[in-house]
Write a protein that binds this ligand. Structure first.
Ligand SMILES: Nc1nc2c(ncn2[C@@H]2O[C@H](COP(=O)(O)OP(=O)(O)OP(=O)(O)O)[C@@H](O)[C@H]2O)c(=O)[nH]1
Ligand SMILES: [Mg+2]
Ligand SMILES: [Mg+2]
Length: 297
């Protein structure tokens, strides 16, 4: 795309420090300079049509980041809240994200199949998501961590994956939620053995070595009177963000002739990003929110 001539004038005069502005013919010659060919080195990373585009971000070296910022173990609600807040900022900023799912230090953003945002260019989509998320993480840090300082700038890597069918997309999200469940059950059992059972980290690791889900549930229940199913849903299920229509009621003072000032209540419907901490593997979630998925082609 050609830049507006005025922009080129400005750039030219700044870079070259020429006192007089170049003629229009010089500018168009510059725009098609002999260097122009380097553009052809750019690769086409347009995402295939009719596919959901998933961008997954993951915190870089968050094992260390969590330690250095005193995250509570196994789950830090401030950190999880900040991840969700940053993800909401991404959804509000970038159109066409139908659903996002997050757990631990990761968040997946699902762009509609039909999106034409950034002409479906993978690098543009991924970098916009990653930069908006990272800057939001820093921007909202204080809201969640209060006086605890952010010691260094956190980073997030990103990847793009395409899913052609609703089944594939649901299986992807199920995979991430199953991962959340497996890790959280392990971490809950591990830290309960350490914090309440008085085991060392090595002893707790040995105790859990080779155990199945049922065994971990049993340890928690029989030894610590803890029913894993009653643990916080945010920790067990992760966070699902979707767009929903929400009624918002507000009151306003208006002046009515002869009657004077009156308080009136207004209700208006707005699209808002809402958070859900529920199972997204079974059909019920998808039946309750039929607008998220598009028709399979
Ligand atoms: N204590 C605590 N740690 C957390 C929490 N959420 C994430 N983490 C840490 O973040 C890590 C995330 O795991 P990974 O993404 O696999 O590992 P990573 O250290 O970020 O390494 P890379 O992603 O490969 O850069 C976990 O292993 C925890 O150490 C939390 O709520 N509390
Ligand atoms: Mg990570
Ligand atoms: Mg991770």
């Amino acid at each position: 795309m050609l830049r507006p001539v005025s922009a080129l004038f400005e750039k030219f005069s700044r870079i070259s420090c020429h006192r007089s502005l170049p003629s229009t013919s010089t500018v168009s010659a510059m725009a098609k300079s002999k260097y122009e060919y380097v553009r052809n080195f750019e690769t086409d990373d347009t995402c295939l049509r009719n596919c959901y585009i998933v961008v997954r971000l993951d915190g870089r070296n968050f094992h260390k980041f969590a330690d250095q910022h005193n995250f509570t173990k196994p789950n830090d609600d401030r950190a999880l809240g900040l991840m969700s807040r940053s993800a909401r900022s991404v959804m509000e900023d970038l159109e066409d994200i139908a659903i996002a799912y997050g757990q631990s230090d990761e968040f997946s953003f699902v762009f509609k199949k039909s999106t034409n945002w950034f002409k479906r260019r993978a690098s543009k989509l991924m970098t916009h998501v990653a930069s908006q998320f990272s800057s939001s993480y820093v921007f909202f840090w204080k809201e969640y961590f209060g006086e605890q300082p952010l010691l260094y700038p956190p980073g997030f890597d990103g990847r793009v994956v395409l899913y052609p069918s609703n089944r594939n997309l649901r299986d992807y999200l199920s995979w991430r939620q199953a991962d959340c469940h497996i890790n959280n059950l392990y971490n809950t059992a591990f830290w309960t053995l350490v914090q309440k059972g008085g085991l060392s980290k090595t002893q707790a690791e040995e105790r859990l070595n080779g155990t199945l889900s049922g065994d971990k549930n049993e340890i928690l229940f029989s030894e610590f009177n803890l029913n894993y199913n009653n643990e916080c849903a945010l920790h067990r299920k992760g966070t699902t963000l979707i767009w929903e229509k929400v009624d918002e009621t507000s009151t306003k003072k208006i002046t009515v002739p002869k009657e004077g000032e009156k308080e009136v209540t207004f209700t208006r419907t707005r699209r808002k990003v809402t958070a859900h901490y529920c199972d997204i593997i079974a059909d019920s979630f998808w039946n309750e929110h039929p607008d998220i998925l598009e028709e399979d082609c």
